[in-house]
Structures are given as C-alpha cells and as structure tokens.
Design a protein around this ligand. Sequence first.
Ligand code: FES
Length: 241
Amino acid sequence: MGTGWYPVALAEGLERGTSTGTRLFGRELVVWRDSADASHVWEDRCPHRGMRLSFGFVRDNHIACLYHGWQYDTSAQCRYIPAHPDLAVPATIRVATHPSVERFGIIWAYNELDSNAPQEFAFAECAPVTPVRSLYVDASAAKVFDALVLAECPPLKNDGGATQRSRTDALVSLKNGSDEILVAVQPLSDVETALHIVIAGPPDVYRGDIQKRVSAWGEALRREIEGTARHAGEVRHEVAP
Ligand code: FES
C-alpha cells in the first residue's frame, strides 16, 4: 500500500449535497460534497456505532449519519446529537479524515488518515478538462499499469501517430500531438481497480462524439485487462475447486 495521492472519484459525478462510498487499498471511504461545493474524503465510519456515513444525508455544511442522526461538520467534528440536543459535543467525537484536493476534474485523497502534514499535490493543474467516465476493473492496479503503459492514445482531433506515455504512481498520460488523455488509477483492493478517465481539453471541444470514443476506448481497455488478469489467475470471484 503506497502513501501518496490517489484518485477516489470524478469530480463531476459528485453533486452538491450528495455522498458516495468508495475504497482505497481495501479501506472504506465516504466522499461527499457540501453546499459550498467543497468535497471531503473521510473514513466511511460513524464514530458512534460504525454505520457507514456514505449511507447518510448531506445537509448544507454537514453530513448526518443514517442510524441515529449524529451530525458532522466539514472539519469532521460531531456538532449535534439528536438524542441530546443540548449537549456540548466533546471535541473527541470526530471522523477520521483524508486530506483531499480536486485536480483535472478528479477528487484525490492523500492515503494517510488524519495527516496533519499532507504532501504537496504532485501534479500541475491542466485546466480545463473534459470528464469521460469512471470504470471498475477486476484486476490489480499493477495489471492496469502494465496495460496502460503500452496503450495507444485513441485518435481525438489528431489522426493518429506515435503515442507518448508518462506516468506517476497513480496517473497515466497518453499523448498524441495536442491530444491527451489522463487516466487516474485507484487501487480499490488487491484485485480491483477503478479508472477515472478525462480528456485534457475543454468540454466545448471534446464533449460529445470524441468523449464517447474515449469512453469506448476505456471499455475495450477494461476487457483487455480483465482478459489478461483472468489468464494470470487474478480474478476476484474465482472459487477454488
Ligand atoms: S451509528 Fe452513526 S449516529 Fe449512531
């Protein structure tokens, strides 16, 4: 398990006032967006009795647990307990959080709970981007990278040519002339990975047919990776004889 920045969701997919659950290296996370449009990535566990906060409700600047309604503000501090409305809630009741940031239309989390010294986010912003889709792949992140470092950038506005590839621990860039696709790699578990795909370029240029083409490219990549993983015996639901 690496320490560093990892993608957890496409920013466009998380509307104001909503939450979603995801995983990073097998640990459950809640990703939610408050009424001021800020996103948050926390451990998906209510400190009261462990209910998933991703099942809860976002209201204004807090998220409320589905089970007994405890409310947590954007700093993850519990501020209100419905069964004890007059109680000054102790400061010790808070949710464990991840530092998070939005870059390239993707929400990223630093893979260290309650880190008070988050590292600088490693990648320069390349605004604006056109979000394409998130894809879930039944294969390890290592297998995904094996495929991505050989993948061709599909033709977008250019007519093909040699693909230039670069990567970090969690991001692959496939470039063809002025066309560029970014694929952010989220290790969900040892054998499951999420890909978050965006086009480096403005939606008024890339939304529509080009976006659909990249989406189909991602789907084909997923099939190829899962085929390779199956061949190597790395399949999540395989049952031993
Ligand atoms: S488990 Fe969350 S409020 Fe009780």
